[in-house]
Ligand binder design. Structure first.
Ligand SMILES: Cc1ncc(COP(=O)(O)O)c(C=O)c1O
Length: 394
């Protein structure tokens, strides 16, 4: 799955060039860097690729989410409806603003079920943030419709799905702004890093200042003399990461193509097995194919599938056991909610029983990771394991 599988001499040369020039800061030293700004070049390349007016590089996907929420003015007590099947960073960015995450249900796409959103809206709700899980887009049209009917901002957590599209538009460019994660597990990785894309210039400027202590960047003067616009933090990306990103963005179309081909090989070899159902898709052609998910009839059959697949040589995970990506497991969120309520801000209890619909799907969903550089032999072994799993489960 991850882009580091594709690291080669090009990333090494790009990093060596930055180090050789001793120019690691994306800002400053304007008079002695020969006009070379790798992070800026990277931002421009990503903006062009996804068709966004603006792109800001930051230090992580988590920072991208946080900077975006802060820039749009999310405040303590505000509520944001999101998905309980996500990486915890989605909710941490919300809680770090003092705002309150509210969980919709997921459907068999593993993404937000649009039908579960409307009953959760009240006068504290500010935005709805579906998460494009496992490289495939959430169904944005019905969610956008709900947002406009209720005067809410449509957001997206596109951290896991850079390169995926929904009805021809890149995820991340559909809501008011969109984040991408460039951490070591992502298809485009710079080690650690993130990006935010938006078409809204004012929002972009606010994010730009906020990610660098409020600096109003001006190449014509010394950094020390720059004006400040508000308080901020340091979520800057370094030139080392920018240089890696520039190489990786060039490799991205090839990486997505390879993933799609690899997944297609597995599916072809598995063939049609009556009763074996895959995750559903809001836009199947737009997925980046980082994972392959089957939804079994019930939890017991998922366990039989998992055991047989493992015995056949390839393990798969059952998603309800995924502590990283499923809010049911997050005692830390429940603790936060208790402390938040004690401070007088209403927050849900996030009880496992409140996630029954999502549990009903994740407990019967099994997942395989697809490698960019997977050999035909390993893909064939995966297909055999899937067939063994299906034979035991169905
Ligand atoms: C859905 C989602 N949101 C946010 C993040 C946070 O990204 P990062 O690890 O770059 O901080 C991730 C990372 O895995 C993610 O999967």
């Amino acid at each position: 799955m991850p882009g580091f599988e594709l690291f080669d001499h090009r990333e090494i040369d790009a990093v060596a060039d930055v180090i050789g020039r001793k120019m690691v800061h994306r800002y400053s030293f304007n008079d002695c860097r020969d006009g070379i700004y790798r992070v800026e070049e990277f931002e421009n390349a990503v903006a062009e690729m996804v068709g966004s007016r603006f792109c800001l590089a930051v230090s992580s996907g988590t920072a991208a989410l946080y900077v975006g929420l802060k820039a749009m003015g999310i405040e303590p007590g505000d509520r944001i409806i999101t998905s309980p099947f996500t990486f915890i960073a989605t909710v941490e960015a919300i809680t770090e603003c003092g705002a309150v995450p509210v969980f919709a249900d997921v459907d068999e796409s593993l993404n937000m079920d649009p039908r579960s959103v409307e009953p959760l809206i009240d006068d504290r709700t500010k935005a709805v943030m579906p998460v494009h899980m496992f490289g495939s887009a959430a169904d944005m049209d019905p969610i956008a419709k709900i947002c406009s009917a209720h005067g809410l901002t449509l957001l997206e957590d596109s951290c896991q799905a850079m390169g995926a599209t929904y009805k021809g538009r890149y995820v991340g460019t559909i809501g008011a702004w969109g984040p991408y994660s460039l951490d070591p597990y992502k298809l485009l990785t710079v080690g650690e890093g993130g990006l935010v894309v938006t078409d809204d210039e004012e929002l972009y400027r606010t994010m730009e200042y906020a990610h660098d202590h409020g600096h109003v960047h001006d190449k014509s003067i010394d950094r020390g003399a720059e004006r400040k616009s508000g308080l901020g933090m340091n979520f800057r990306m370094s030139e080392i990461q920018g240089a890696i990103g520039l190489v990786q963005v060039d490799k991205m179309p090839g990486a997505v193509k390879a993933l799609r081909e690899n997944k297609a090989k597995v599916l072809k070899s598995v063939g049609d097995i009556p009763g074996l159902v895959r995750r559903s898709f809001a836009d199947q052609d737009g997925e980046i194919a980082t994972q392959l998910v089957y939804i079994l009839p019930d939890g017991e059959s998922a366990k039989r599938f998992q055991a047989a697949s493992g015995e056949a040589g390839v393990g798969c995970g059952i998603l309800s056991g995924n502590t990283w990506h499923y809010a049911r497991h997050w005692d830390s969120l429940r603790d936060w909610a208790e402390r938040t309520r004690a401070r007088g801000i209403d927050a849900p209890e996030y009880l496992p029983e409140d996630m029954a619909v999502t549990e009903g799907i994740l407990s019967r969903a099994v997942v395989y990771g697809i490698g960019v550089t997977a050999s035909d032999e390993s893909l064939e072994t995966m297909a055999k394991a899937i067939k063994a799993g299906a034979a035991a489960a169905l």
